[in-house]
Design a protein around this ligand. Structure first.
Ligand code: NAP
Length: 244
């Protein structure tokens, strides 16, 4: 299961996993968007379904896991990627902005993982990947998002400790600047041209460019593979350099 798979990083991870032979449930609030992701996988001969769900809703998360298990088999791979931003400087941030971000990133990952881990324990094999961010290290205007992304790192390490003996690994990927609608939305909010912003960011990034969803998907593909069985509780920064 890949949450937030309608577009951006989630869609790229869904395609990558399908290419590795994994049957993929593309989960998203945006039902039409996740159907597009699933159809593209089906068109190239993969196995996929679309599941419309709000990961922050306890019943919806449980139903999404049940539907996936019924249609594709036990859920042994989970990528908690669904995310939103509600950026603002702390003094202007509303409690609604805070709660919305905590609900999708932290509550959503918790609910999805709690529901899916039962299948992994039963199968004695599982892979959990949580999307953190370089913002976990602190980012102006993102007190809510930074706290949620740092929280996901603690969540990931705890999952690794609790679930390791059942053959389940848990790791986090912390991307830096990735070219998606989320970063486009940030540029719009800041009132800067997206292309100019990417060019400026590229000058600060050691590899000299911003990242693509496929850069993140490649790492997720490895972490979800059989080969990654001895890697657990790690946070892998995918940011084109050692710093945010
Ligand atoms: P994106 O383009 O905004 O896509 C996020 C997807 O998640 C959207 O399709 C969105 O659906 C879905 N979603 C939001 N809330 C949901 C919910 N409650 N239940 C189910 N689906 C939900 O974002 P992205 O840039 O690909 O980012 C993916 C992940 O990587 C996020 O966790 C993000 O925080 C993280 N990340 C991104 C970057 C970056 O530079 N882009 C950097 C570091 C980390 P709707 O459109 O219907 O809301």
């Amino acid at each position: 299961m890949v949450t937030g798979a309608a577009r951006g990083i989630g869609a790229a991870i869904a395609h990558r996993l399908a290419g590795q032979g994994v049957a993929v449930a593309a989960v998203d609030l945006d039902t039409a968007g996740c159907a597009r992701t699933a159809n593209t996988i089906l068109e190239v001969g993969g196995r996929a379904i679309a599941v419309g769900a709000d990961v922050a809703d306890e019943n919806a998360a449980a139903r999404a896991v049940e539907q996936t298990a019924a249609e594709l088999g036990p859920v042994t791979v989970l990528v908690n990627n669904a995310g939103i931003i509600r950026d603002n400087l702390l003094f202007k941030m509303t409690s609604g902005d805070w709660d919305a971000v905590m609900n999708v990133h932290l509550r959503g990952a918790f609910l999805m993982t709690r529901a899916a881990q039962a299948h992994m324990i039963e199968a004695k094999w599982g892979r959990i990947v949580n999307l953190s961010s370089t913002s976990a290290l602190g980012n102006r205007g993102q007190a809510n998002y930074a706290a949620a992304k740092a929280g996901l790192q603690g969540f990931t390490k705890t999952l690794a400790l609790e679930l390791g003996k059942f053959g389940v690994t848990a790791n986090a990927i912390a991307p830096g600047f990735i070219d998606t609608e989320m970063t486009q939305a940030t540029a719009d909010r800041l009132g800067v041209d997206f292309e100019d912003w990417k060019a400026a960011a590229s000058r600060e990034i050691p590899v000299g460019r911003v990242g693509t969803p496929d850069d993140v998907a490649a790492v997720a593909g490895f972490l979800c593979s059989e080969d990654a069985g001895y890697v657990s509780g790690q946070v892998i920064y995918v940011a084109g350099g050692p710093k945010a």
